[in-house]
Design a protein around this ligand. Structure first.
Ligand SMILES: Nc1ncnc2c1ncn2[C@@H]1O[C@H](COP(=O)(O)OP(=O)(O)O)[C@@H](O)[C@H]1O
Ligand SMILES: [Mg+2]
Length: 358
């Protein structure tokens, strides 16, 4: 470690998500004898306060609040102040934006599920007339398989395209089982409607409660399709942090093609194909991704294809894995908190930049 003590700014706020990485980042930074300046980066003097720091960290999520503030503020620090940030731009500019990932994965030549993005109604309809069904439609944003639809015919595709271009657009978290129907005899559905009402009322009084639908920004004026990958009863997630690859598999909901959000997660290393680990390590290294989760599906021929990437995974989903594979695919036994791994890599990055500019 260098002689002068490092000082790192970490975003902390009263509305932090309970599972935020910030707590354990701060713990790890202190263990490395780093001075920590923890404050809400949305305060007006953020640039002045970060100016004197050696690095800045913000665990931002897929909420409209975070997405509208964090990328702008972090980019100003990274590009304007030229201070290293976590997550850096290459890692995070496409976070929770599947449309951006479509272009990025294509640009870097990653093995990905074939996908199409359209920016106007006519092109999208033209595609829907000619494509083979079923086809998968997704919103650019969202998690837990909300808004991920398997469309079986032109009729359904046309209605969806019309919604995106000719009608009001779509509010995230309102498709498939996330859709709340007021008139239903299904008991589970009734419970969901009730819980949504309670959630909305709670949110009005307590910002930390899960937000209601109208909190999300409406998605419109694009259409994103993916080729349907049949016969995948689970998906495979490999998370790469520096030289460490962790894994998990998620099983589909019963009678459904979708795994994400099912809650049926397995952390057995033997379920993770080494080819997925190799692909994930290779992409992260070549593209300066400091932390990245890769979701894989199998193509009909058996090939592993990336469906989606995401810079942050819940910390427990990394820690529950019993070890990691390094870039040589050598196994290292022992669970690790992602926050500790990220801090270790971030400090190394800062010190090596410092060393090269001396
Ligand atoms: N092109 C596809 N073909 C088949 N299944 C898919 C495809 N894309 C996604 N899925 C399934 O749907 C789930 C949700 O899709 P995903 O893109 O991960 O959305 P989200 O990240 O918003 O939950 C995935 O976990 C996977 O099981
Ligand atoms: Mg996903």
């Amino acid at each position: 470690m260098s002689e002068t003590k490092l000082k790192i700014a970490v975003h902390r706020a009263s509305d932090d998500w309970p599972g935020t990485y910030a707590e354990r980042w701060i713990e790890a930074l202190k263990e490395h004898s780093v001075d920590v300046l923890a404050f809400d980066f949305r305060e007006t003097d953020v640039i002045e306060r970060v100016r004197g720091c050696d690095g800045a960290m913000w665990f931002w999520r897929h909420t409209p609040d975070d997405k509208q503030s964090a990328p702008k503020i972090l980019a100003a620090i990274e590009l304007g102040l030229r201070i290293p940030v976590f997550p850096n731009l290459p890692t995070a500019w496409h976070f929770d934006e599947k449309v951006a990932q479509h272009y990025l994965l294509e640009a870097i030549g990653a093995p990905k599920v074939r996908s199409w993005v359209f920016w106007n109604y006519d092109d999208a309809i033209d595609f829907a007339e000619k494509c083979s069904y079923p086809i998968v439609f997704k919103l650019s944003v969202g998690a837990g398989a909300a808004n991920v639809l398997k469309l079986d015919s032109f009729k359904g595709a046309k209605a969806t395209v019309r919604k995106m271009f000719r009608k009001k657009g779509v509010t995230p978290y309102t498709f498939n089982e996330h859709r709340a129907r007021m008139f239903t005899t299904d008991f589970k559905e009734l419970l969901r409607v009730k819980s949504r009402l309670v959630m909305s009322i709670k949110h009005a009084f307590c910002k930390s409660c899960e937000p209601p639908e109208h909190y999300f920004l409406i998605q419109k004026n694009y259409a994103y399709f993916q080729e349907f990958m049949p016969d995948n009863s689970y998906d495979i997630r490999v998370t790469v942090i520096g030289n460490r690859a962790f894994g998990l598999t998620r099983s589909n909901r019963p009678g459904d093609f979708r795994a994400s959000g099912s809650g049926v997660i397995d952390f057995s290393p033997e379920n993770i194909p080494s080819e997925a680990v190799r692909i994930a390590h290779d992409i992260s290294l070549k593209n300066a991704f400091r932390s990245m989760s890769y979701d894989f599906l199998h193509a009909p021929g058996g090939e592993l294809l990336i469906s989606e990437v995401s810079y942050c995974a819940p910390n427990w989903s990394v820690h529950n894995f019993p070890g990691y594979w390094d870039r040589d695919l050598v196994w290292h036994e022992g669970a690790i908190w992602p926050e500790y791994a990220e801090v270790e890599d971030f400090l190394e990055e800062i010190l090596s930049k410092r060393g090269s500019s001396d």
